[in-house]
Design a protein. Sequence first.
Length: 100
Amino acid sequence: MLFVAGQVGVDPATGELAGGDVEMLALHAMDNIGAIFVAAGYTFDEIVEVHVFLADLDDYQVCYEVYAGRFDPHPPTRADVEVSLLPLDAKVEIKLTARQ
């Protein structure tokens, strides 16, 4: 099993948040997760559990579209939770578990 700690939309080259809007941050968080998966020999098809933490639950739909875009045809279920503060003052954090 692979447990991926919460990922925010950090640009690996700079260590800073990549953009200010939730869509860009979610895209970068998913890219970071993808890099972890490749390094560990996993694929997105092996995800069994996902938790998404949002600074504003009104951003649910935008995040869902980014998330769903990584899967064909059906994304795994996920839990979304609104939180008061995320690392680096990010707007979204994604953590998940995968199983081969």
